[in-house]
Design a binder for this molecule. Sequence first.
Ligand SMILES: C[S@@+](CC[C@H](N)C(=O)[O-])C[C@H]1O[C@@H](n2cnc3c(N)ncnc32)[C@H](O)[C@@H]1O
Length: 227
Amino acid sequence: MKVINRITTKLNRFAQLSNDSRAAAELSRLGLPYLPWSDASLLPSALQVVLNEIEINSRKTIVEFGSGISTIYVAQILSRLGGRIVSFESDLEWATFVENRLAALNLAEFASVVHAPLGPCTLSKNGLQWYDPVIVTTAVQNLSIDCVVVDGPPAYSAGYELARYPALPAVQEWLAQDYVVFLDDIHRLGEQEILRLWANLFGIKFLSYFSKGNIARGIHGVAQFVV
Ligand SMILES: C[S@@+](CC[C@H](N)C(=O)[O-])C[C@H]1O[C@@H](n2cnc3c(N)ncnc32)[C@H](O)[C@@H]1O
């Protein structure tokens, strides 16, 4: 079993490299200037899965937790297709950076970065901090959300494994009948537990893209096309 797991991991790594270079080539067609991709950013192949979903299944109202390069690419694609992304960010300086880049690219009409500091949240597991629920509720209350992208808050340190759990319960009231949710970093045990909890709570079916940046795509209701 261990040998099979090791072979699968190696094969996934090769597939990951190939998927990332194909995705990077496609992303370069979107006409954006240089953007500072870092280890914190979604991998190109994971971002491509998200953008494919928005384009193919006509997602228009996107809510994101954890802003960055992903926010800018989503805004760029929405500038052609129509729609809007509301992205929550806990770090004020990073929120300002992303907001300034969006403005410089004339994308402010399609994206808002909402600074929401981390603090107590009744929906959290293990007393972990989450985005200020009052700020989140105020920003989403008139929306009918058909796409949620969960890539924050940071959850890589020991003890923070379930930090991203509140995302779906917190916006539950404003989810459209048919929606998709993405969770990044599903190679980690904490994110795998979050997928199990959300699947049970919301009746969502998840597909895990281990060779496309370790992102999971969960569908509630109808999604006409595969991505
Ligand atoms: C996983 S990152 C979110 C990345 C974002 N979704 C993207 O694809 O670019 C989670 C948090 O790390 C922080 N962060 C992201 N990029 C960063 C950078 N280049 N330097 C420092 N912090 C960063 C932000 O606070 C962000 O919300």
